[in-house]
Design a protein around this ligand. Structure first.
Ligand code: GDP
Length: 303
């Protein structure tokens, strides 16, 4: 399965470390817990979440007195599943059209994390499920970004609204929403610029785009999707912090899980930010986007 393949590296790293952590030990004692703590931290789960997991395992161990190391995987699996954000849908056709037509997704994230690719893949999935989709190229600062989005538009056969480089991103968003309404399209996905060097600037820019959207579609954007690259490990946490401070992110896409052993970021980010991980990227190809399902994730990780 694609998820198993995507998580291969994370899984390998994780389990070889756990095997080492319990080597020669039959019961879960302080030394095993110390080792496990190190495994989780080095798997990019993050310190806060790691300490939380260790504390819960400690509690279980002290209650049960003697916990065999062979049970550790089961316990860990339980604890991780508890921390992961709940996904309430396993269907790409999950939007409430009655209230939201068009359903508007504003995509944010720093350059290089896989924003454009995720937009292209998502457009493809939505289109496959019978929805009319339009993309808005509101990252008007990089010519490459607009070209890339257009290329994805051609590839998945979806309309792309763009203006010349340097245009006002809010104007692009406005045009996209207005034409979506006129065309009766179901979903609008707006790409935005990923500059993070100036938080006030970012906040103002995203704020302006949102305001303009609301003039056309009240309640838009319905989804502010932050794209994070799993392979950047702790940087993903920092980006999540910055973007959640700048705007009301309500969904996450975690990309490049296939190329990294740092899949543990999903656990830490879910726990610390309490924002649903909605999509995961497990490859560069058009079909390599999945709806995140915590049960599947944990099953795949512990298979
Ligand atoms: P943007 O600057 O955030 O728009 O990033 P792009 O969408 O251009 O992606 C940057 C690079 O990451 C490209 O080479 C993509 O093919 C690659 N990429 C994006 N998502 C994934 C993924 O899930 N897995 C892998 N392996 N590569 C990805």
């Amino acid at each position: 399965e694609a998820l198993d393949k995507g998580l291969e590296k994370t899984k390998e790293g994780f389990f070889s470390k756990i095997t080492k952590a319990v080597a020669g030990k039959s019961s879960v004692d302080d030394e095993v817990l110390d080792n496990l703590e190190e495994v989780l931290v080095t798997s990019d789960v993050g310190v806060t979440t790691t300490l939380k997991i260790i504390k819960r395992i400690e509690e279980r161990v002290s209650k049960d007195k003697y916990v065999n190391t062979s049970e550790l995987n089961f316990i860990l699996r339980d604890e991780i599943q508890l921390l992961l954000s709940e996904n309430n849908s396993n269907d790409f056709r999950q939007f409430e059209y009655g209230d939201h037509k068009p359903y508007v997704i504003m995509v944010v994230g720093v350059n290089g994390v896989g924003k454009t690719t995720t937009i292209g893949k998502l457009a493809h999935k939505l289109k496959e499920s019978g929805l009319k989709v339009v993309l808005g190229a509101a990252d008007t600062f990089r010519a490459a970004a607009v070209d890339q989005l257009k290329l994805w538009g051609q590839r998945v056969d979806v309309r792309v609204v763009a203006q010349p480089m340097g245009s006002d991103p809010a104007a692009v968003a406005f045009d996209t929403l207005q034409s979506a309404v006129a065309n009766g399209e179901d979903v609008v996905i707006i790409d935005t610029a990923g500059r993070l060097h100036n938080k006030v600037g970012l906040m103002n820019e995203l704020g302006k785009i949102k305001q303009v959207m609301q003039k056309v579609v009240p309640g838009a954007p319905h989804e502010i999707l932050l794209v994070l690259d799993a392979s950047t490990g702790q940087n993903a946490f920092e980006q999540c912090k910055q973007f959640t401070e700048a705007t009301d992110v309500n969904a996450l896409a975690i990309t490049k899980l296939d190329g990294t052993a740092k899949g543990g970021v999903i656990i830490g980010i879910s726990d610390q930010f309490k924002i649903p991980v909605k999509y995961i990227g497990v490859g560069e190809k058009i079909g390599d986007l999945q709806l995140f399902d915590k049960k599947e994730f944990v099953n795949s990780l512990f298979k």
